[in-house]
Design a protein around this ligand. Structure first.
Ligand code: ZN
Length: 359
Protein backbone atom coordinates (compact mmCIF):
# COMPACT_ATOMS: atom_id res chain seq x y z
CA UNK A 1 0.00 0.00 0.00
CA UNK A 2 1.26 3.42 -0.89
CA UNK A 3 1.76 5.84 1.96
CA UNK A 4 0.54 8.87 0.00
CA UNK A 5 -2.07 10.95 1.74
CA UNK A 6 -3.67 14.11 0.43
CA UNK A 7 -5.70 16.55 2.45
CA UNK A 8 -7.45 19.63 1.12
CA UNK A 9 -7.05 22.44 3.65
CA UNK A 10 -9.07 25.08 1.84
CA UNK A 11 -10.75 25.78 -1.46
CA UNK A 12 -11.50 29.13 -3.04
CA UNK A 13 -13.88 28.70 -5.95
CA UNK A 14 -12.17 25.79 -7.80
CA UNK A 15 -8.65 26.52 -6.49
CA UNK A 16 -7.31 24.17 -3.81
CA UNK A 17 -4.71 24.44 -1.05
CA UNK A 18 -3.69 21.03 0.19
CA UNK A 19 -1.08 18.98 1.99
CA UNK A 20 0.37 15.93 0.31
CA UNK A 21 2.27 13.51 2.53
CA UNK A 22 4.33 10.69 1.14
CA UNK A 23 6.91 8.58 3.00
CA UNK A 24 6.62 11.01 5.93
CA UNK A 25 7.56 13.95 3.70
CA UNK A 26 5.19 16.85 3.48
CA UNK A 27 4.41 18.88 0.35
CA UNK A 28 2.23 21.98 0.48
CA UNK A 29 0.13 22.33 -2.65
CA UNK A 30 -0.19 23.80 -5.20
CA UNK A 31 3.44 22.91 -5.77
CA UNK A 32 5.96 23.35 -8.56
CA UNK A 33 8.49 20.58 -9.22
CA UNK A 34 11.78 21.68 -10.82
CA UNK A 35 13.09 19.21 -13.38
CA UNK A 36 16.18 17.20 -12.52
CA UNK A 37 15.99 14.98 -15.62
CA UNK A 38 19.19 13.03 -15.07
CA UNK A 39 19.20 13.39 -11.30
CA UNK A 40 20.36 16.99 -11.19
CA UNK A 41 19.01 20.36 -12.26
CA UNK A 42 20.75 21.78 -15.27
CA UNK A 43 23.55 24.04 -13.99
CA UNK A 44 22.06 24.52 -10.51
CA UNK A 45 22.71 22.58 -7.27
CA UNK A 46 19.31 21.78 -5.78
CA UNK A 47 20.74 22.51 -2.32
CA UNK A 48 20.20 26.19 -3.15
CA UNK A 49 16.45 25.71 -3.69
CA UNK A 50 15.27 25.99 -0.12
CA UNK A 51 11.63 26.49 -1.16
CA UNK A 52 11.40 23.35 -3.26
CA UNK A 53 9.71 20.20 -1.89
CA UNK A 54 9.59 17.93 -4.93
CA UNK A 55 12.07 17.26 -7.72
CA UNK A 56 11.21 15.49 -10.93
CA UNK A 57 13.62 12.97 -12.45
CA UNK A 58 13.23 11.02 -15.66
CA UNK A 59 13.03 7.27 -16.12
CA UNK A 60 14.07 7.23 -19.78
CA UNK A 61 17.30 9.12 -19.10
CA UNK A 62 18.19 7.31 -15.87
CA UNK A 63 17.43 3.94 -17.47
CA UNK A 64 20.04 4.68 -20.14
CA UNK A 65 22.57 6.32 -17.83
CA UNK A 66 23.66 5.23 -15.31
CA UNK A 67 20.94 2.51 -15.26
CA UNK A 68 18.48 1.75 -12.48
CA UNK A 69 20.62 -1.00 -10.95
CA UNK A 70 23.60 1.34 -10.68
CA UNK A 71 21.41 3.96 -8.97
CA UNK A 72 20.23 1.21 -6.64
CA UNK A 73 23.80 0.14 -5.87
CA UNK A 74 24.59 3.78 -5.09
CA UNK A 75 21.88 3.75 -2.43
CA UNK A 76 18.73 4.54 -4.44
CA UNK A 77 17.64 7.74 -6.12
CA UNK A 78 17.43 9.91 -2.99
CA UNK A 79 20.94 9.05 -1.84
CA UNK A 80 22.25 9.17 -5.41
CA UNK A 81 20.92 12.74 -5.79
CA UNK A 82 21.47 13.71 -2.13
CA UNK A 83 17.87 14.90 -1.99
CA UNK A 84 15.77 14.15 1.09
CA UNK A 85 12.62 15.71 -0.29
CA UNK A 86 10.05 14.03 -2.51
CA UNK A 87 11.08 12.71 -5.92
CA UNK A 88 8.61 12.07 -8.71
CA UNK A 89 9.85 10.10 -11.70
CA UNK A 90 8.27 10.61 -15.06
CA UNK A 91 7.88 7.36 -16.95
CA UNK A 92 9.54 8.15 -20.28
CA UNK A 93 6.17 8.42 -22.03
CA UNK A 94 6.80 12.07 -22.88
CA UNK A 95 10.15 11.17 -24.49
CA UNK A 96 8.13 8.85 -26.73
CA UNK A 97 6.67 12.04 -28.14
CA UNK A 98 9.63 14.41 -27.95
CA UNK A 99 12.34 12.10 -29.34
CA UNK A 100 12.45 10.19 -32.62
CA UNK A 101 10.58 6.98 -31.78
CA UNK A 102 8.29 4.35 -33.19
CA UNK A 103 5.24 3.08 -31.40
CA UNK A 104 4.91 -0.68 -31.54
CA UNK A 105 2.22 -2.89 -30.10
CA UNK A 106 3.73 -3.44 -26.68
CA UNK A 107 5.68 -0.23 -26.16
CA UNK A 108 7.80 2.44 -27.79
CA UNK A 109 10.92 1.82 -29.76
CA UNK A 110 13.54 4.40 -28.86
CA UNK A 111 16.85 5.24 -30.34
CA UNK A 112 19.48 5.35 -27.62
CA UNK A 113 20.65 8.98 -27.69
CA UNK A 114 24.15 7.92 -26.64
CA UNK A 115 25.07 5.14 -29.07
CA UNK A 116 22.33 5.12 -31.72
CA UNK A 117 21.15 1.59 -30.93
CA UNK A 118 17.43 0.91 -30.61
CA UNK A 119 15.66 -0.38 -27.55
CA UNK A 120 12.11 -1.04 -26.53
CA UNK A 121 10.58 0.71 -23.53
CA UNK A 122 7.46 -1.11 -22.41
CA UNK A 123 4.96 -0.07 -19.75
CA UNK A 124 6.28 -2.96 -17.66
CA UNK A 125 9.94 -1.98 -18.03
CA UNK A 126 9.16 1.66 -17.19
CA UNK A 127 7.49 0.66 -13.91
CA UNK A 128 10.16 -1.94 -13.05
CA UNK A 129 12.80 0.74 -13.61
CA UNK A 130 10.96 3.25 -11.41
CA UNK A 131 10.46 0.58 -8.72
CA UNK A 132 14.22 0.05 -8.61
CA UNK A 133 15.08 3.76 -8.80
CA UNK A 134 12.95 4.24 -5.68
CA UNK A 135 11.27 7.57 -6.33
CA UNK A 136 8.39 8.48 -3.99
CA UNK A 137 5.94 8.85 -6.87
CA UNK A 138 6.06 6.91 -10.12
CA UNK A 139 4.08 7.67 -13.28
CA UNK A 140 2.50 5.14 -15.61
CA UNK A 141 4.05 4.85 -19.07
CA UNK A 142 1.70 6.79 -21.33
CA UNK A 143 1.37 7.32 -25.05
CA UNK A 144 1.53 11.01 -26.03
CA UNK A 145 0.48 12.42 -29.40
CA UNK A 146 0.40 15.97 -30.81
CA UNK A 147 -2.20 18.24 -29.25
CA UNK A 148 -3.77 18.77 -32.70
CA UNK A 149 -3.49 15.14 -33.81
CA UNK A 150 -6.66 13.86 -35.53
CA UNK A 151 -9.27 12.23 -33.36
CA UNK A 152 -8.40 8.68 -34.40
CA UNK A 153 -4.85 9.21 -33.13
CA UNK A 154 -6.09 10.82 -29.91
CA UNK A 155 -8.33 7.80 -29.51
CA UNK A 156 -5.36 5.50 -29.98
CA UNK A 157 -3.45 7.52 -27.37
CA UNK A 158 -6.15 7.06 -24.73
CA UNK A 159 -6.81 3.38 -25.43
CA UNK A 160 -3.09 2.56 -25.48
CA UNK A 161 -2.48 4.59 -22.31
CA UNK A 162 -5.37 2.81 -20.65
CA UNK A 163 -3.99 -0.64 -21.60
CA UNK A 164 -0.54 0.36 -20.42
CA UNK A 165 -2.02 1.73 -17.18
CA UNK A 166 -3.38 -1.74 -16.39
CA UNK A 167 0.06 -3.24 -17.00
CA UNK A 168 1.57 -0.55 -14.75
CA UNK A 169 -0.88 -1.45 -11.98
CA UNK A 170 -0.08 -5.17 -12.27
CA UNK A 171 3.67 -4.59 -12.43
CA UNK A 172 4.07 -1.97 -9.73
CA UNK A 173 5.75 -3.59 -6.76
CA UNK A 174 7.25 -1.07 -4.39
CA UNK A 175 5.34 -0.36 -1.18
CA UNK A 176 7.23 2.86 -0.58
CA UNK A 177 6.30 4.28 -3.95
CA UNK A 178 2.98 5.79 -5.04
CA UNK A 179 1.69 5.52 -8.59
CA UNK A 180 -0.13 8.16 -10.63
CA UNK A 181 -2.29 7.60 -13.70
CA UNK A 182 -2.10 9.86 -16.75
CA UNK A 183 -5.10 11.12 -18.71
CA UNK A 184 -4.67 11.76 -22.43
CA UNK A 185 -7.14 12.86 -25.11
CA UNK A 186 -5.83 16.16 -26.47
CA UNK A 187 -8.55 18.82 -26.57
CA UNK A 188 -11.36 16.35 -27.28
CA UNK A 189 -13.71 16.37 -24.32
CA UNK A 190 -15.32 12.97 -24.80
CA UNK A 191 -11.85 11.40 -25.03
CA UNK A 192 -10.56 13.18 -21.92
CA UNK A 193 -13.68 11.96 -20.10
CA UNK A 194 -13.19 8.38 -21.27
CA UNK A 195 -9.50 8.50 -20.38
CA UNK A 196 -10.19 9.98 -16.92
CA UNK A 197 -12.78 7.30 -16.15
CA UNK A 198 -10.46 4.51 -17.25
CA UNK A 199 -7.74 5.84 -14.93
CA UNK A 200 -10.10 6.26 -11.98
CA UNK A 201 -11.20 2.65 -12.37
CA UNK A 202 -7.61 1.62 -11.61
CA UNK A 203 -7.62 3.70 -8.41
CA UNK A 204 -4.30 5.52 -8.66
CA UNK A 205 -2.80 7.65 -5.86
CA UNK A 206 -3.07 10.74 -8.04
CA UNK A 207 -4.08 11.76 -11.54
CA UNK A 208 -2.10 13.67 -14.13
CA UNK A 209 -3.27 15.37 -17.29
CA UNK A 210 -0.69 14.69 -19.96
CA UNK A 211 -0.34 15.80 -23.55
CA UNK A 212 -0.80 19.48 -22.67
CA UNK A 213 1.49 22.52 -22.94
CA UNK A 214 2.22 21.30 -26.47
CA UNK A 215 1.16 24.45 -28.31
CA UNK A 216 -2.54 24.79 -27.45
CA UNK A 217 -3.97 28.20 -26.53
CA UNK A 218 -4.34 29.22 -22.89
CA UNK A 219 -8.11 29.22 -23.27
CA UNK A 220 -8.26 25.73 -24.80
CA UNK A 221 -5.98 24.39 -22.08
CA UNK A 222 -7.99 25.96 -19.30
CA UNK A 223 -11.27 24.67 -20.79
CA UNK A 224 -10.11 21.09 -21.15
CA UNK A 225 -8.58 21.06 -17.65
CA UNK A 226 -11.79 22.53 -16.25
CA UNK A 227 -13.84 19.86 -18.02
CA UNK A 228 -11.59 16.92 -17.15
CA UNK A 229 -10.98 17.75 -13.50
CA UNK A 230 -14.72 17.46 -12.79
CA UNK A 231 -14.37 13.69 -13.25
CA UNK A 232 -11.49 13.37 -10.80
CA UNK A 233 -11.90 12.37 -7.16
CA UNK A 234 -11.67 15.40 -4.88
CA UNK A 235 -9.35 13.70 -2.41
CA UNK A 236 -6.54 12.80 -4.83
CA UNK A 237 -3.80 15.13 -6.09
CA UNK A 238 -4.15 16.52 -9.62
CA UNK A 239 -1.09 17.19 -11.73
CA UNK A 240 -0.73 18.94 -15.08
CA UNK A 241 2.49 17.79 -16.71
CA UNK A 242 4.99 20.04 -18.45
CA UNK A 243 3.57 23.45 -17.62
CA UNK A 244 5.54 26.17 -15.84
CA UNK A 245 4.96 29.66 -17.21
CA UNK A 246 3.48 32.06 -14.68
CA UNK A 247 0.20 32.75 -16.49
CA UNK A 248 -0.32 29.08 -17.26
CA UNK A 249 0.26 28.17 -13.62
CA UNK A 250 -2.19 30.78 -12.32
CA UNK A 251 -4.79 29.66 -14.91
CA UNK A 252 -4.65 26.07 -13.77
CA UNK A 253 -4.32 26.68 -10.04
CA UNK A 254 -7.66 28.42 -10.59
CA UNK A 255 -8.94 25.13 -12.05
CA UNK A 256 -7.94 23.14 -8.97
CA UNK A 257 -4.62 21.71 -10.14
CA UNK A 258 -2.22 20.83 -7.31
CA UNK A 259 1.05 19.87 -8.99
CA UNK A 260 3.14 21.19 -11.88
CA UNK A 261 6.55 20.61 -13.43
CA UNK A 262 8.44 22.26 -16.23
CA UNK A 263 11.91 23.04 -17.52
CA UNK A 264 10.60 26.44 -18.58
CA UNK A 265 11.70 28.75 -15.69
CA UNK A 266 15.21 27.27 -15.83
CA UNK A 267 15.44 27.39 -19.62
CA UNK A 268 14.16 30.96 -19.62
CA UNK A 269 16.85 31.93 -17.12
CA UNK A 270 19.60 30.46 -19.27
CA UNK A 271 18.40 32.79 -22.03
CA UNK A 272 18.59 35.78 -19.71
CA UNK A 273 14.84 36.20 -19.19
CA UNK A 274 14.08 36.69 -15.54
CA UNK A 275 10.81 36.51 -13.68
CA UNK A 276 10.01 39.71 -11.79
CA UNK A 277 6.66 38.99 -10.13
CA UNK A 278 4.02 39.17 -12.84
CA UNK A 279 6.40 40.17 -15.64
CA UNK A 280 9.93 39.56 -16.96
CA UNK A 281 13.10 41.43 -17.66
CA UNK A 282 15.77 40.52 -20.17
CA UNK A 283 19.09 40.84 -18.38
CA UNK A 284 20.87 41.07 -21.76
CA UNK A 285 19.29 44.49 -22.26
CA UNK A 286 21.93 47.19 -22.59
CA UNK A 287 20.35 49.34 -19.89
CA UNK A 288 21.37 46.82 -17.21
CA UNK A 289 25.11 47.17 -17.93
CA UNK A 290 25.62 49.66 -15.13
CA UNK A 291 22.65 48.69 -12.95
CA UNK A 292 23.78 48.21 -9.36
CA UNK A 293 20.42 46.86 -8.12
CA UNK A 294 19.59 43.15 -7.77
CA UNK A 295 17.10 41.55 -10.19
CA UNK A 296 14.42 42.17 -7.55
CA UNK A 297 14.90 44.02 -4.27
CA UNK A 298 12.22 41.87 -2.61
CA UNK A 299 13.57 38.50 -3.79
CA UNK A 300 15.12 36.36 -1.03
CA UNK A 301 17.16 34.22 -3.44
CA UNK A 302 20.93 33.84 -3.16
CA UNK A 303 21.45 35.66 -6.45
CA UNK A 304 19.42 38.73 -5.52
CA UNK A 305 21.08 38.87 -2.11
CA UNK A 306 24.52 38.73 -3.68
CA UNK A 307 24.72 40.28 -7.14
CA UNK A 308 23.77 43.31 -9.19
CA UNK A 309 22.05 43.16 -12.55
CA UNK A 310 25.18 44.71 -14.07
CA UNK A 311 27.37 41.86 -12.84
CA UNK A 312 24.88 39.15 -13.91
CA UNK A 313 24.59 40.69 -17.38
CA UNK A 314 28.38 40.69 -17.61
CA UNK A 315 28.56 36.99 -16.64
CA UNK A 316 25.90 35.94 -19.14
CA UNK A 317 27.35 38.04 -21.93
CA UNK A 318 30.73 36.45 -21.38
CA UNK A 319 29.23 32.95 -21.24
CA UNK A 320 30.34 32.27 -17.70
CA UNK A 321 28.59 29.06 -16.63
CA UNK A 322 27.95 30.60 -13.22
CA UNK A 323 25.50 32.98 -14.93
CA UNK A 324 23.21 30.03 -15.67
CA UNK A 325 23.41 28.96 -12.06
CA UNK A 326 22.63 32.40 -10.59
CA UNK A 327 19.83 33.19 -13.03
CA UNK A 328 18.20 29.75 -12.73
CA UNK A 329 18.09 29.99 -8.94
CA UNK A 330 16.25 33.28 -9.21
CA UNK A 331 13.60 32.02 -11.64
CA UNK A 332 12.97 28.82 -9.70
CA UNK A 333 12.71 30.65 -6.36
CA UNK A 334 10.36 33.22 -7.93
CA UNK A 335 8.18 30.40 -9.30
CA UNK A 336 8.03 28.78 -5.85
CA UNK A 337 7.23 32.16 -4.26
CA UNK A 338 4.37 32.67 -6.72
CA UNK A 339 2.91 29.27 -5.81
CA UNK A 340 3.34 30.01 -2.09
CA UNK A 341 1.42 33.25 -2.62
CA UNK A 342 -1.33 31.42 -4.50
CA UNK A 343 -1.59 28.89 -1.69
CA UNK A 344 -1.75 31.57 0.97
CA UNK A 345 -4.43 33.46 -0.93
CA UNK A 346 -6.55 30.29 -1.25
CA UNK A 347 -6.25 29.76 2.52
CA UNK A 348 -7.40 33.36 3.02
CA UNK A 349 -10.22 33.12 0.42
CA UNK A 350 -8.45 35.82 -1.55
CA UNK A 351 -7.39 33.91 -4.67
CA UNK A 352 -9.39 36.20 -7.00
CA UNK A 353 -7.31 39.19 -5.94
CA UNK A 354 -4.11 37.18 -6.19
CA UNK A 355 -5.06 36.16 -9.73
CA UNK A 356 -5.71 39.77 -10.73
CA UNK A 357 -2.14 40.66 -9.82
CA UNK A 358 -0.89 38.17 -12.44
CA UNK A 359 -3.49 38.15 -15.20
ZN1 ZN B 1 16.13 36.50 -6.88
Amino acid sequence: MSSLKFKIEATDSRARAGVLTVNNKKVLTPTFMPVATKGALKSTPHELLDKTSVLLANTYHLYLRPGANTVNELGGLHKFMNWNGVILTDSGGFQGWSLPTKKVENGIQFKNVYDGSTFLMTPKLSIETQNILGSDIAMIFDYVVDIDAPENLQNEAISTTSEWAKIARETHNNNEQSLFGIIQGGLVKKLREKSALSMIELNFDGYALGGLALGESRKDRKDIVNFTSDFLPIDKPRYVMGLGDTLGLVDLIAEGIDMFDCVWPARLARHGKLITGNTYINIKNKKYSSDTAPIMESCPCFTCKSYSKGFLKHLLKNEQTSAWLYLTIHNLIQTEIMLDGARQSILESDFENFKKRYI
